[in-house]
Ligand binder design. Structure first.
Ligand code: PNS
Length: 171
């Protein structure tokens, strides 16, 4: 009993929060923060999708996430090209943490969770998104901002200033 308790203390409990994060929103950050309270280390995996042209480069996304999640003290941000289960296997991560905004998210999230579990045994834990952010997505933020709408309350301040600057460059 004593030995296994000591072993438990030595083990680092890890989870991953995956996504495109183009850019990170307050909804993403809420899930990352809540995961950071449940696990010793939270890996944020910025998945590279070569078929999608992002507004921000992967490096820019990582830099923004690192900066806004720094106060939590246990978040590591990395990019990954390929299967999420390979990212997990390479780092010994047994759990994926995903936010669920609404029932409409559930069908696809369930499919992915079952596929990932079938591929590698990795578990997916769903965290209900805070109602404050349940309508929020990076795509919607970009669209509203592109038409001049105010999204300053939907993304961290740093992200808002980078977003405003990037959209101005593109005009
Ligand atoms: O922020 P997004 O775009 O909704 O995130 C979706 C993401 C990146 C988490 C998902 O597409 C993913 O896990 N991609 C990695 C490739 C992979 O493992 N695909 C099989 C999923 S079962």
């Amino acid at each position: 009993m004593q030995v296994s308790r000591e072993k438990d203390c030595r083990e680092t409990r890890r989870a991953v929060c995956p996504g495109s994060f183009d850019p990170i929103t307050n909804g993403h950050l809420d899930i990352i923060q809540r995961a950071s309270r449940l696990y010793d280390v939270v890996h944020v995996a910025v998945l590279i999708n070569k078929t999608k042209q992002g507004l921000f480069t992967v490096e820019e996304r990582i830099e923004m996430i690192e900066e806004v999640s720094a106060p939590y003290g246990n978040v590591v941000v990395e990019s990954h090209h390929g299967l999420l289960v390979d990212f997990c296997r390479d780092r010994g991560i047994p759990a994926i943490v995903k936010g669920l905004r609404a029932v409409s998210d559930f069908d696809y999230e369930l499919q992915m969770a079952q596929m990932n579990h079938g591929l590698s045994g990795v578990e997916t834990l769903f965290v209900p998104t805070s109602p404050t952010w349940s309508f929020l997505s990076s795509s919607l933020v970009k669209e509203v901002a592109a038409y001049g709408g105010d999204v300053s309350h939907l993304v961290p301040e740093l992200v808002h200033s980078r977003l405003t600057a990037r959209l101005a460059e593109r005009r």
